[in-house]
Write a protein that binds this ligand. Structure first.
Ligand SMILES: Cc1cc2nc3c(=O)[nH]c(=O)nc-3n(C[C@H](O)[C@H](O)[C@H](O)COP(=O)(O)OP(=O)(O)OC[C@H]3O[C@@H](n4cnc5c(N)ncnc54)[C@H](O)[C@@H]3O)c2cc1C
Length: 406
């Protein structure tokens, strides 16, 4: 293995300011490494990003490793207040089916972070990065320079050059499209409608006690599946931010359920063009229409879904997960290991990548490692744990297809 000698400060360019890219930026900043993030969205609130995120023990450890202590405290203060270690499954008549308990080494810990609000998380991940995050930068292409560096070109005509370029631009990665055009995540044929249901209204309307405080999953014999996941803030985000990190700009949100409605393309009876053109109102209507034979208490819940929060996605997965032979272009997150959200580990895996890469790039910056060696070690470990994440998520997604299609 080649040994590096003397300090050799590097500049890291991160394409994509999502969960993985920002987590990496926080970690590198903490380690004193020069990092610049280029995000396509015009601002932090640029698009629908989903709602509640489950955080695994590994994901929590990675977030804690990357964030400075003040932001970790803020994330803890605004995390989900309820114990989230189980799942209760029902049929569409609300008859209990089974209720597996998941082992969670954090059980009973007051400061555990087992689920967070995604908008709050992204704001926390942006806090303190200020001039290191460049919004409105739509990456178009890259070129390697003769001295081994890499230049990124953006749609607005600007460019940036660094020693490392991290592809953190998500499932549809344009960086990947350039350097590995054949490597496209598989479409699993499952279509999902996400929405946000205010908890207070749902309970006032008679949401059954059993569905209120835990992750509930309804498996319809009609081929439709519904997940309901509560997000109850430990502390209102604005109050926690005022106490812990005033400039984080957190906004309050009421407690809510994230609802996930899965249907196989074949059961949907609609082409993708038509499905993905549907408005939030139409998506909510579709869910109400498809569940009209369900127990009235379940149907009632959707009356309170906020149509402006409803959006549709196609579930996709990278199989197999592979190393990229493209150093100094380095992959991270969904760009290299897309997986269906069914396992609740995609963001956690991106955070793990960020924590692992932070340690190795900091060692390169200090002159203790050679970049190519560090990147090879990162990818070797990443492929292993990311493959586990993809396969676990696939088992859950495939189970759902099988049950849905009989
Ligand atoms: C509704 C939903 C629920 C989920 N729930 C969970 C969960 O509970 N737990 C979990 O672990 N995971 C969950 N996931 C998966 C998780 O969201 C992803 O795995 C995670 O966001 C991946 O992080 P990332 O940084 O790789 O990509 P992203 O977070 O998607 O970020 C990519 C970023 O790159 C930017 N970008 C894209 N193209 C360009 C370009 N050309 N130029 C510049 N910037 C660009 C995008 O705007 C975006 O900000 C869920 C996913 C969905 C859709």
């Amino acid at each position: 293995m080649a040994m590096a000698t003397g300090r050799s400060p590097i500049r890291v360019l991160v394409i994509g300011g999502g969960i993985g890219g920002l987590c990496l930026a926080q970690g590198l900043r903490r380690a004193g490494v020069d990092v610049q993030v280029y995000e396509r969205d015009e601002s932090a609130d640029g698009r629908r990003q989903g709602y509640r995120l489950r955080i695994s023990p590994e994901g929590e450890a990675a977030l804690r490793a990357c964030l400075p202590p003040g932001l970790t405290k803020l994330l803890t203060a605004t995390a989900n207040a309820r114990d989230d270690s189980g799942l209760a499954a029902y049929d569409e008549r609300l008859t209990a089916q089974w209720a597996p308990a998941f082992e969670d080494p954090r059980a009973g810990r007051d400061d555990k972070i087992d689920a967070v609000d995604r908008v709050t998380l992204r704001r926390i991940l942006l806090a303190g990065l200020n001039e290191a995050v460049h919004f409105g930068k739509d990456f178009e292409r890259l070129e390697q320079t003769s001295d081994g560096r890499v230049t990124a070109y953006f749609a607005d005509g600007s460019e940036a050059t660094g020693d490392v370029l991290v592809a953190a631009d998500g499932t549809n990665s344009r960086v990947r499209a350039q350097v590995r055009p054949w490597d496209v995540p598989h479409d699993l044929g499952i279509r999902t409608i996400f929405s946000r249901i205010p908890r207070r209204e749902a309970i006032a309307a008679g949401l059954p006690e059993a569905l209120r405080d835990r992750f509930s999953y309804v498996i319809g014999t009609d081929g439709h599946h519904l997940g309901l996941m509560p997000m109850l803030f430990r502390e209102p985000p604005s109050r926690a931010a005022a106490r812990l990190w005033p400039s984080a700009g957190l906004e309050d949100s009421d407690d809510y359920y994230m609802s996930v409605f899965n249907v196989h393309q074949a059961d949907l009876g609609l082409g993708d063009e038509e499905f993905f053109a549907m408005s939030g109102e139409e998506l909510c209507e579709l869910v109400i229409e498809r569940t009209r034979a369900w127990h009235p208490d379940l149907r009632e819940i959707f009356r309170f879904a906020d149509p402006s929060t409803a959006f549709a996605v196609a579930l996709r997965a990278t199989r197999p997960v592979e190393t990229w032979d493209t150093c100094p272009v380095v992959p991270l997150g969904d760009a290299v290991h897309a997986m269906p959200p069914s396992g609740g580990v995609g963001a956690n895996t991106a955070a793990r990548d960020a924590a692992a890469l932070t340690g190795l790039l900091a060692a390169v910056d200090r002159g203790e490692r050679v970049l190519a060696d560090a990147v090879r070690d990162y990818q070797k470990a990443m492929v292993e744990y990311a493959t586990e994440g993809v396969e676990m998520s696939m088992r859950i997604a495939e189970w759902s297809i099988k049950r849905a299609r009989g």
